[in-house]
Write a protein of this length. Structure first.
Length: 132
């Protein structure tokens, strides 16, 4: 059985997460997860967790496939995996018009296709294949 904590911790600035994150493995927690919407990005809290709680499984649940290009998403996830020294899980999704169209000024047309193509790109990149 795995036990996880969602980051960032509510009402706690990221700079104050260190003591809590260092304690979690000893309490039996195995996973740290983030999401991405209005607020923190999905990777910075996990990067801090990689330094403060090494060996935990880290995951995004979820980050939007529309607001980062697939190559940047692959680079960010690979960098996190290198820093983490543990498992990294990347969950992607389409998000929606309020965040994609209105806030970022990007068309959210064909969300299934965008997520599918991004997932294919990430799988190939993570397997070490050249992707175009």
């Amino acid at each position: 059985m795995r036990y996880g904590v969602n980051l960032p911790l509510p009402g706690v600035p990221l700079s104050d997460h260190e003591p809590v994150l260092r304690e979690l493995p000893g309490l039996g927690y195995t996973d740290l997860w983030t999401g991405e919407a209005a607020g923190h990005d999905g990777f910075t809290p996990l990067a801090l967790a990689a330094a403060w709680a090494p060996g935990m499984r880290l995951g995004t649940a979820v980050v939007p496939a529309f607001t980062r290009g697939p190559a940047l998403l692959a680079m960010t996830a690979a960098t996190l995996a290198e820093a983490a020294r543990g498992d990294v899980v990347v969950g992607i999704g389409s998000s929606g018009p309020p965040f994609v169209d209105r806030i970022n000024g990007i068309s959210s047309a064909e969300p299934y296709r965008r997520v599918r193509d991004t997932a294919r790109f990430l799988r190939a990149a993570f397997d070490g294949r050249t992707v175009r």
